[in-house]
Design a protein around this ligand. Structure first.
Ligand code: DC
Length: 225
């Protein structure tokens, strides 16, 4: 039985997409590609090079010029990939709160989405890829053979994100994370362009109370279906 060549995983922030995507890719020997990294890298570039993210034209032009690269990790510090912006390692910078706070705005810009989507299609069409994001099943690869949409309550997602941040040794308040997630959910699903939503043919996986192993087993059943 042929395995799906492109697997799309979408869903809200901290729904477990990246953990599932990474494990699934490992099991199948596929490339794992987290598309959120690209929007985060553009946001970080705008903060550093422009000092602001609200100038849509300037941010868009920047997104068309910068080179974003992913490569297998060269440092063992918990990273899943090295993220490079014009050759500079920005793996952890793109996880900073100022990126969290601004990435939704940047990812709603039309030209930014276009530039990122073109790159995502180029990488994905080689096949053998698990691609993770918000609009993979609806916009980037509507032809993907398997589409999974993960859902979990905002409280559960905030708890997961809080644990991750604390484990990295950073100080943060739980309420702040919860608030930021709520704001991003509203922004990501309310935007006009490629809003976050399940494709009509996506399989919805509800992950509240499930361990990553249980979610992975459900996803593997869908792959083998
Ligand atoms: O998955 P993440 O939290 O790293 O994504 C960061 C932001 O990027 C998120 O707020 C929405 C945006 N995003 C998007 O619009 N489309 C994608 N395919 C992936 C991410």
């Amino acid at each position: 039985m042929a395995k799906p060549s492109i697997i799309a995983i979408d869903g809200p922030a901290a729904s477990g997409k990246s953990t599932l995507g990474e494990r699934l890719a490992q099991r199948l020997g596929y490339l794992y590609f987290d598309t959120g990294i690209m929007y985060r890298a553009v946001t970080w570039a705008a903060i550093c090079k422009l000092g602001r993210v609200d100038d849509e034209n300037a941010v868009s032009t920047l997104s068309e010029l910068v080179e974003i690269d992913l490569r297998t990790p060269t440092i063992k510090d918990g990273r899943k990939a090295d993220v490079l912006l014009d050759g500079v390692d920005i793996t952890w910078e793109i996880r900073r709160p100022e990126v969290d706070a601004n990435v939704s705005e940047v990812s709603a810009y039309r030209r930014v989405r276009k530039a990122m989507t073109v790159q995502q299609r180029r990488i994905g069409q080689r096949g053998g890829v698990v691609m993770v994001g918000r609009d993979i099943g609806t916009v980037v690869f509507p032809e993907a053979e398997l589409k999974i949409y993960l859902v979990a309550s905002v409280e559960e997602r905030a708890k997961r994100r809080y644990r991750e941040v604390i484990l990295r040794g950073e100080a943060v308040e739980f309420e702040r994370i919860l608030d930021a997630l709520r704001r991003r959910d509203a922004y990501d699903s309310g935007r006009k362009l490629a809003p976050m939503r399940p494709a009509e043919d996506a399989v919805i996986l509800e992950t509240d109370g499930l361990s990553i192993t249980e979610v992975l087993e459900q996803a593997m059943k869908l792959v083998q279906r």
